[in-house]
Each structure stands twice: as structure tokens, then as C-alpha cells.
Ligand binder design. Structure first.
Ligand code: HEC
Length: 135
């Protein structure tokens, strides 16, 4: 029973376990080791998501980037769970105004972008950040 519970928590069971997935739990298990519980990251190593992650949705290519970035694309989560998780992260970390007007990720866009890994993450990220308007 314990093993089953662990597998369910890790998302290794399909069906009911996947359907009942909680994005906050997925974040805790798969992401917060680097991004930290409050999304603040690690200076110089992991960028802060706070008031930042949603801003990628406002520049061309940014919507795909949030899916293609290795932490997202190579996570063990299904496309459906990754869609739910990214939608949760944008609402959780903001900016709040972007989160309010965002069009939530759909499973099919996750599948398309996940299949196209980024060749140079740093350069792609820097180009997107450079296009963000000052706030
Ligand atoms: C091993 C550390 C690590 C883990 C685990 C990790 N990330 Fe990341 N994440 C990073 C780093 C570093 C970046 C900056 C871009 C890059 O170099 O990959 C990043 C960037 C991102 C970004 C783009 C935001 C930005 O400002 O660049 C998103 C979205 C993201 N990660 C989502 C996730 C999700 C979702 C998970 C869990 C399923 C996750 N990450 C797990 C290290 C990690």
C-alpha cells in the first residue's frame, strides 16, 4: 500500500491517480527543489518566477518557452498535468494582472512544444526577457 501511495504521488500511476493530480503537489515534488516553495529561485542559478513567469506570455515565443524550458519539458509529468501545473504556477506567482487575463494552456499545445526542445535555453531566454516592456 505504501508503494502504491508513493507511485501515485510521483505520478507513476495512470488513470485515477493522474486525474486527481494536484498541481501544487506536482510543484512540490518536481519543481520546488530548484524553484523553492515561494518561486523565488536561487540567485545566479535559478531565476525567480515571482511576478515574472507570466510576463513570458506577453512576448512572442514566450508561451512556448514556458513549456520548452528543460524543467517543464523533461519533467516526468504528462502533458495534461504539465498544462495544469503551468496554469497554476502563473496564477500562483503572477503577475496577478497577467494571470487574470491569460488564456490557460491546453494539453495539445503542451504536446506540440514539448516535442521541440530548445537548442540554447540561455540565449532564447535572454532574447525573450529583452523584449519584455518595463513595468
Ligand atoms: C534542476 C533545477 C530545476 C528544476 C527541478 C526545475 N527547474 Fe524550472 N528552471 C530552472 C532553471 C535553471 C531555469 C532557467 C532556464 C534554464 O536555464 O533552464 C528554469 C526556468 C523555468 C521556467 C521559465 C521561467 C524563467 O524565468 O526562465 C519555467 C516555466 C520552469 N522553469 C518550470 C519548471 C517546472 C514546471 C518544473 C517542475 C516540473 C521545473 N521548472 C523544475 C531549474 C529547474
Amino acid at each position: 500500500m505504501r508503494l502504491l501511495a508513493l507511485l501515485a504521488a510521483l505520478g507513476l500511476l495512470g488513470g485515477a491517480a493522474a486525474a486527481s493530480a494536484d498541481p501544487h503537489v506536482d510543484y512540490m515534488l518536481e519543481c520546488q527543489g530548484c524553484h523553492l516553495p515561494d518561486g523565488s529561485g536561487k540567485p545566479g542559478a535559478v531565476p525567480s518566477l515571482r511576478d515574472s513567469i507570466g510576463r513570458f506570455l506577453e512576448v512572442p515565443g514566450g508561451r512556448a518557452f514556458l513549456v520548452q524550458v528543460p524543467g517543464s519539458a523533461t519533467s516526468p509529468l504528462s502533458d495534461a498535468r504539465l498544462a495544469t501545473l503551468l496554469n497554476w504556477m502563473i496564477r500562483e506567482f503572477g503577475p496577478a494582472d497577467v494571470a487574470r487575463r491569460m488564456r490557460p494552456y491546453e494539453v495539445k499545445e503542451i504536446a506540440v512544444w514539448r516535442a521541440r526542445p530548445l537548442v540554447d535555453v540561455e540565449t532564447t531566454r535572454a532574447a525573450l526577457v529583452a523584449r519584455m516592456s518595463p513595468r
